[in-house]
Design a protein around this ligand. Structure first.
Ligand code: FAD
Ligand code: 2HG
Ligand code: ZN
Length: 483
């Protein structure tokens, strides 16, 4: 879908001229991409939902080049969209019109690692998997993990303030990131690569970059505190009959497993069925239960952790909280169990497209939203197994430990009737429960207009003032984030 579809008008930005291209080539001789076929995949988002028409992508190799590019774009009022791995799920990483794509892909070096403090300093364009692989060779791990780790970049993770699969254990990037190096829209360099754990000297300005989705500045480097690699990791996959039982299991897991609990993920039967439809692996349990939960523990003593986890599972079984369950016996089984959870986002796109909602809600209201959405789509005669119906299925899954639900409506094609059935219905439900319309994926293009469901006019006014201060010509990631 392009901008016309959404009735958005191009802002009064400059258009790229030959003199701009000459300037860019003088700054990044091998990093100016103008070939239309080379640009195609960077103009389209991961869901194949949003498509821009950028004619130029720039690939700087260092912060100084980014600074020169931004200063030029600011002077010429050329709009810019920073792009990492382009795995974002809210249409934030692709141009809406002809914005210049500023790719961080060539800024991909690990700069420094301190094995005493566990602080990693790296370029923003390092792929998350590469950062984690490197850290593992040093006996550490990256404190964030998510399904897109093979393509997303750590700078993109900061820009979206990604939450991921182990936030309940390692906390949010607002806590683990110790320093940011960035470039504001004007070209001014923000030299904030601290590696101090404690630093109460003044406003914590680096936080401006975390979760601002490239609307205030471009992240070029970061330092982050990383936890030691756990010696023992165990994973269990459980079948449960209701969401009430999921909540009981969660409460108990926190008290019984306590410090070794590292993940508590949940998916409903429709999610698993959709995944199994597109995957040849054998399902973890013989039946598909109304709810499945994946529990992971990470600790330092394998025998101790195994004993704790199996004792916990026995107790859940005896108390009738779980109906069935399996405990992975080796690394391959652990990977297979995780696959069932991590594959769901991809499976959700396979029929043709997907409408994604990523919300924070009080736990008891979570599956009320999934059921209400499903009922609504059925009542409006939009769901069916044949081609005349746009909707294939409505699925719910997510990070129970963080009260974060992913509501996905898998469709054969994008259809305005579906979007109208979903919005503002989903947002109003979330607002009624004082939740958040964007828990971890951000606002991007998709949810900029929905910010007021979670934030007051006063808050939005303050955000706009901040935006005007750091990006006076509004050239960074326009049409996104703020209404
Ligand atoms: P992009 O998609 O390229 O960009 C995302 C946004 O950040 C854009 O607005 C872009 O302009 C901006 N940006 C990117 N790099 C920079 C930079 N260096 N400086 C300034 N702005 C920048 N998210 C979660 O929170 N938890 C999950 O569990 C999770 N799982 C996912 C699983 C899959 C299969 C997929 C496809 C996505 C998932 N995501 C998840 C979404 C998540 O936002 C991204 O995967 C990731 O954080 C984005 O990184 P990226 O490098 O791809 O950024
Ligand atoms: C996940 O938790 C990601 O798997 C993606 O945040 C969720 O695709 C989604 O809706
Ligand atoms: Zn998620």
């Amino acid at each position: 879908l392009t901008a016309e579809h959404y009735n958005v008008a191009r802002g009064s930005y400059g258009s790229i001229e030959q003199s701009d291209l000459d300037f860019f080539k003088s700054i990044v001789p091998n990093g100016v991409v103008t070939d239309a076929s080379d640009l195609e995949m960077f103009n389209e988002d991961w869901m194949h939902k949003y498509r821009g028409q950028s004619k130029v992508m720039l690939k700087p190799q260092n912060t100084e080049q980014v600074s020169k590019i931004m200063a030029h774009c600011n002077a010429r009022k050329l709009a810019v969209v920073p792009q990492g791995g382009n795995t974002g799920l809210v249409g934030g990483s692709v141009p809406v019109f002809d914005e210049i794509i500023l790719s961080l892909a060539n800024m991909n070096k690990i700069r420094h690692f301190d094995p005493v403090s566990g602080v990693l300093t790296a370029d923003a364009g390092v792929i998350l998997q590469n950062a984690d692989d490197y850290l593992r060779t040093q006996g550490f791990i990256f404190p964030l993990d998510l399904g897109a780790k093979g393509s997303c970049q750590i700078g993109g993770n900061l820009a979206t303030n990604a939450g991921g699969l182990r936030l309940l254990r390692y906390g949010s990037l607002h806590g683990t990131v110790l320093g940011v190096e960035g470039v504001f829209a004007t070209g001014e360099v923000f030299d904030g690569l601290s590696s101090l754990r404690k630093d109460n000297t003044g406003y914590d300005l680096k936080q401006l970059f975390i979760g601002s989705e490239g609307t205030l500045g471009v992240i070029t480097g970061l330092s982050i505190i990383c936890p030691p690699k756990p010696n023992a990791v165990n994973v269990a996959f459980l079948g449960l009959e209701s969401f009430d039982k999921v909540q009981e299991a969660f409460v108990k897991s926190r008290s019984h497993l306590a410090e070794i609990l590292s993940s508590f993920e949940c998916m409903d039967a429709s999610s698993l069925k959709l995944a199994s439809h597109h995957c040849s692996l054998q399902a973890p349990l013989s039946d598909v239960h109304p709810f499945s939960v994946l529990i992971e523990t990470s600790g330092s003593n394998s025998a101790h952790d195994e004993e704790k986890l199996s004792g916990f599972l026995e107790a859940l079984m005896e108390e009738g909280i779980i109906t069935d369950g399996v405990l992975a016996q080796d690394e391959t089984q652990i990977a297979n169990l995780w696959y069932w959870r991590e594959f769901i986002p991809e499976a959700s796109t396979k029929a043709g497209g997907v409408y994604k909602y990523d919300v924070s809600l009080p736990l008891p209201a979570m599956w009320e939203l999934v059921d209400a959405t499903n009922d609504r789509l059925i009542k409006q005669n939009l769901v069916g197994s044949t081609d005349e119906f746009p909707v294939v299925d409505t699925i719910g899954y997510g990070h129970i430990g963080d009260s974060n639900l992913h509501l996905n409506v898998a469709v054969r094609r994008y259809d305005d009737r579906v979007e109208q059935a979903l919005e503002p219905f989903v947002f109003e439900f979330v607002a009624k429960h004082k939740g958040s319309v964007s828990a971890e994926h951000g606002l991007g293009f998709q949810k900029a207009h929905a910010l007021h469901y979670s934030k007051s006019e006063h808050m939005i006014g303050l955000m706009k003032a901040l935006k005007r201060h750091y990006d006076p010509n509004l050239i960074l990631n326009p049409y996104k984030y703020l209404p």
